[in-house]
Design a protein around this ligand. Sequence first.
Ligand SMILES: [Zn+2]
Length: 125
Amino acid sequence: MGWFENQKERNEAYKAQKALEKKEALEKGEPSTWDKIKSKAQESMDKAGAIADQEKARKKEMDDQGIPYCPKCLSTSLSAQKKGGSIVKGLVGGAIAGPIGLLAGGIGRNKMDLYCMKCGNKFRA
Ligand SMILES: [Zn+2]
């Protein structure tokens, strides 16, 4: 029985050692990992908030100036699609060819189909 007892004791000691290591790892590792996760989450939330504010401001500016923009990605790189399917070139950049440019192009006041060259979104403006 001597060998068996010895082996059993070793096993117990090994288990106890492992348990202790695990406990130490938990005590050491968890709070800092959790803090990292928390601060990361906070950081990305702050960033998202800042971006949302920027987008709001940008939207308002473009609405005020009557610049057509993609409702999805807010890009002003748009193509106008006339009935019949021909794409009006030269609409790149709302500032260059805003509604005035559209009027000058003889498209008129009617809403028309616009195509976002950045994200491919199709919408009416
Ligand atoms: Zn877009």
